[in-house]
Design a protein around this ligand. Structure first.
Ligand SMILES: [Zn+2]
Ligand SMILES: [Zn+2]
Length: 207
């Protein structure tokens, strides 16, 4: 896969019909992550796991630069609303987190002196700034651990409350009872009254 920034930005922007600073940061952070862990694109799940801290355009920059995908279990989204990503080496357990330098927005303007609009100056500047000025790289320890994040292929239990299957050891065990995170009050939704009626609609559609 190409490691040329301009080629990668063509690929990324083709997904959006626009090119924006977040896509550029995704590509730059993706390439820096590969270099930091001496990995090649596309990354394989036996070698790397990448955790991004927001979705959107930034994610596409990361994907085209690294070849990581959710489907191949090489990419996760931990939505903290940040332009940042952690790169974990599955073979060694080493992990680095890469984010823009806090003053990257201002420094980018220096690299596009003829561009009057800050947005477009950042778009240009982020493409050419040296890694050392654009990016901050931190050694990190993942929590949950890499082993916990990857889990085991055959791990599966049934939630003792709702009966749904849980894979990848994502259950919560309380007093010897296995619960999915929703039933353990760690879910992202609450069931609304009337969900039984939705089931009726599904049956209708499947005829
Ligand atoms: Zn965008
Ligand atoms: Zn449950």
């Amino acid at each position: 896969m190409s490691l040329c920034i301009s080629d990668l930005l063509i690929q990324s922007s083709a997904r959006h019909d626009h090119l924006c600073p977040r896509q550029v940061l995704g590509v730059r952070i993706g390439l820096a992550g590969l270099a930091a862990l001496e990995l090649d694109s596309p990354v394989h799940k036996s070698k790397a796991l990448i955790i991004i801290e927001s979705d959107g355009c930034f994610a596409d920059g990361i994907e085209v630069a690294t070849g990581a995908t959710i489907g191949h279990r090489t990419l996760r989204v931990n939505d903290f609303g940040k332009i940042a990503a952690a790169f974990a080496d599955v073979r060694t357990g080493r992990a680095v987190r890469i984010s823009p330098e806090l003053n990257a927005r201002e420094r980018a303007l220096i690299y596009a002196p003829d561009e009057p609009h800050r947005y477009f100056a950042q778009l240009q500047g982020y493409q050419v700034m040296p890694d050392t000025e654009l990016l901050r790289i931190q050694e990190v320890e993942l929590h949950p651990t890499l082993e916990e994040l990857i889990s085991k292929p055959l791990a599966r239990v049934t939630c003792d409350y709702c009966g749904e299957e849980i894979i990848n050891e994502r259950e919560v065990v309380r007093d010897g009872i296995s619960l999915c995170r929703t039933c353990a009050n760690e879910g992202y939704y609450l069931l609304k009254p009337g969900s039984a009626e939705l089931r009726a609609i599904l049956k209708h559609q499947c005829k």
